[in-house]
Ligand binder design. Structure first.
Ligand SMILES: Cc1cc2nc3c(=O)[nH]c(=O)nc-3n(C[C@H](O)[C@H](O)[C@H](O)COP(=O)(O)O)c2cc1C
Length: 213
């Protein structure tokens, strides 16, 4: 498949699994790391703030927290114990793996990590905007890499996966903001339910969102 065809065939698949029988497919850590290494070729403009370089030391303005199927199962149980009644535990039950991708705001610019949809969560400096943009480019690379590996993928805003409780459970620093929970689901499993992205047919034609200058 050409790169163009991969972009065209990528779609969002929200796979709702059965929490009483979670999948347990094994994927070699080297396979995931090899994919992440390729995706880290995503462009980035500014080095992340020094405060983010203490444990994971890279200058890139994103971080990736990797969960294989058994870690997804552990997180699913944690959320169940917390009384989570959303579909997130079901998606964790269905996932072969999950990458929690955060972006790294500059020091002192987080306003409220738990802000609602239309509230400011961070100071909108140009640098922060470009950190977000770079982390997004990284995630799009993940989705295309997943497509190439034959997975159904889903970029989620996170729901409970961006909560303080989950950050603490996964030991993700509170100085980072979730950019996306990226799910990878096997096409070989018999999944009870699969939902498409709600905006999948809303793009329009090229001439609806571009013009020559
Ligand atoms: C930043 C971002 C966050 C998203 N978060 C969610 C989400 O929380 N829930 C959801 O159903 N889809 C989410 N999506 C996926 C979109 O719903 C999906 O891309 C859109 O419906 C278009 O469908 P397609 O990806 O199949 O073309 C998100 C996409 C992006 C880029």
């Amino acid at each position: 498949m050409s790169v163009k065809e991969k972009f065209a065939s990528r779609r969002t698949y929200k796979v709702i699994g059965d929490i009483s029988s979670p999948v347990n497919n094994q994927i070699a850590p080297e396979v995931i790391d090899g994919m992440l290494e390729a995706c880290a070729n995503a462009p980035f403009h500014y080095a992340c703030d020094r405060l983010h370089r203490e444990t994971l030391v890279s200058s890139v303005p994103w971080r990736a927290y990797k969960l294989n199927a058994s870690s997804c199962n552990g997180l699913m149980s944690f959320l169940n114990d917390e009384g989570d009644k959303t579909k997130v535990p079901n998606m964790l039950a269905a996932a072969d793996y999950l990458i929690q991708v955060t972006w790294l705001p500059d020091e002192g610019t987080i306003l409220n990590r738990n802000a609602g949809k239309d509230e400011p969560a961070f100071v909108g400096t140009l640098r922060n905007m470009e950190h977000v943009a770079a982390a997004s480019a990284f995630i799009q690379s993940l989705l295309i890499a997943g497509e190439e590996q034959g997975y159904m993928t889903y970029w989620s805003s996170g729901g409970a996966l961006k909560s303080e409780q989950v950050f603490d459970y996964l030991e993700i620093p509170h100085s980072e903001i979730l950019m996306g929970s990226v799910f990878f689901f096997s096409r070989d499993e018999q999944h009870p339910e699969i939902k498409p992205g709600s905006m999948k047919d809303a793009r329009g034609l090229v001439e609806d969102w571009s013009r020559w200058c």
